[in-house]
Design a protein around this ligand. Structure first.
Ligand code: 5RP
Length: 262
């Protein structure tokens, strides 16, 4: 078992490692963004190098594209791949129906486009991401820079009429400058505390001019692989309603654990 990995990294790693079982030779695979997805990319890179796995990866951010190339995964654009067999990505929150909040890393737009263009979306997460009701994690909203303060005001006004417990929005920062997405947009983080009707919110908020996309993933995720700090994983399939529990054994002196970092 793990000697050097912290429980949280162990949880992320075992979720990623188990999710690799959804990837078969010849598949076109959407590669998520974030620290958990980075483990997945490293694991797939090992399978490419060690086992001769042949896959084509479609990254969901410039960061993931760089990592995928570094570990030897063939990278193409979504338009080159057209349709994907599976997308594997992290999440900021997931509920019992496997609806998600995503976008903590600011990549929600590409993530949603890529996941939607896939036969199956598999989410990998540690147990801290499991919630009864979505909304404690601020909901990311991608907006165009033009008129963003006006858009923010309209968003807040709209939220006040919806089933949420907070209606403030803050523009995400990167140090002293605004955070800018791969598409050149801004992110507003919506402090909602509790989202009573995620489906309604997702539809209504996207109607506001200036809003590009929101971080609610409704009816997109098929499977969640939940990693635990002791090496256990739960695999929950929303279509069958079944949850399986397994244990992933590994030795953390493999190449995979060298030069870690996101
Ligand atoms: C990036 C995302 C990530 O998947 C999400 O933020 C989870 O990240 P991490 O695995 O680092 O906790 O949506 O936009």
């Amino acid at each position: 078992m793990s000697g050097r990995l912290s429980p949280i990294d162990t949880a992320k790693f075992v979720a990623a490692k188990r999710a690799c079982e959804f990837v078969e030779d010849g598949m076109r695979v959407g590669l998520g963004t974030g620290s958990t997805a980075a483990w997945l990319v490293r694991c797939l890179g090992e399978m490419v190098k060690q086992d001769g796995l042949r896959i084509t990866g479609v990254p969901t951010s410039s960061r993931t594209a760089e990592l995928a190339r570094q570990v030897g995964i063939k990278v193409v654009s979504l338009d080159e791949a057209r349709w994907l067999d599976v997308t594997i990505d992290g999440a900021d929150e997931f509920d019992d129906e496997l609806n998600l909040i995503k976008g903590g890393g600011g990549a929600l737009l590409q993530e949603k486009i890529v996941a939607t263009a896939s036969d199956r979306m598999v989410v990998i997460a540690d147990t801290s991401k499991r919630v009864q009701t979505l909304g404690a994690f601020p909901l990311p909203l991608e907006v165009v820079p033009f008129g963003w303060q006006t858009t923010k005001a309209l968003v807040e006004e709209t939220l006040a009429a919806l089933d949420v417990l907070g209606d403030t929005a803050t523009r995400r920062m990167n140090g002293d400058a605004a955070f800018v997405t791969d598409e050149g947009n801004f992110i507003l983080d919506l402090h909602l505390n509790r989202i009573g009707n995620a489906r309604q919110l997702a539809l209504v908020i996207n109607q506001i001019p200036g809003v590009v996309e929101n971080g609610l993933f409704i009816d997109i995720c098929d499977v969640v692989v939940i990693g635990h700090g002791d090496g256990r994983v739960e695999v929950k399939d929303v279509n069958t309603g079944q949850t399986q529990e397994e244990r992933i054994d590994f030795i953390d002196t493999e190449n995979l654990f060298r030069d870690m970092g996101d």
